[in-house]
Ligand binder design. Sequence first.
Ligand code: BG6
Length: 275
Amino acid sequence: MTLDVPREVGTERSVAQVYDYGAHVWSWSLDGHDVLWTSVKSLFETGKALRGGVPICWPWFGPGRSGDLTPAHGFARISEWALAGRVDRGNAEVLTYVLDPEAAPGALPGEDWRVTYEVSVGDELELALTAENRGATSFSYEVALHTYLAVGDVRQVAIAGLDGASYLDKVTGQPEVQVGDVTIVAETDRVYDRGADVVVTDPVLGRRLRVASEGAANTVVWNPWVAKSAAMPDFGDDEWPGMLCIEAGNMLDHAVSLEPGGSETLRYRLAVEAS
Ligand code: BG6
């Protein structure tokens, strides 16, 4: 089934489109300039993930820690979320979404849980995802806000803030340590053991994108480059230079454990500065 049209929210200078499906922030523009990347090849069908914007990965990341879970990145991004609130705060408009086991009966991570997602669209884009354990037994989950940033040419950007951080290189399967800024010179798929507090300097678009996170132990940096883009049906073959994923989350050894009654919040803040 084709998706309904997205909601348009924000302020005069800051506009986002958000789908209830996946509680997916599909686009965000500030002063008319797109900050998030979206693929022209994205599918807009229930059961499929959107390609671009901010997919929510929950309650597992990729194929999960066991390596065999489907759908990839969990069911949250392909579930219908309930809109629980829409508030105009003047300098920002805020949507609140809720997902609970009714949307995904019998699924991981545990018997009773609730995920609440706040999307605040103002001079910055602020996202807050809270998972609560409402059952009687503890459970754990992985989570990521899988943000696709729009860049002028990914080969020319510098990503600061990860110097000295250890990471898993998912392309080679090897553990590594970052030295200096991250630059993209080939397929890049890395899980850093450091929360995102990252600045992406983009000389082509003449701007810096500042990503700040809270409640995240990991940052994922992803660009599929040539071969992997060509292999993805919902990703244009020549689109990879225009995007860069800087994801904040908790995964692998940093999965979140929640005791009964417990909750944890992951925050992602995106700001744009002229350079
Ligand atoms: C990244 C993963 O977060 O998402 C990559 O690290 C993966 O390994 C990418 O290829 C895209 O995943 P998907 O399921 O949206 O194609």
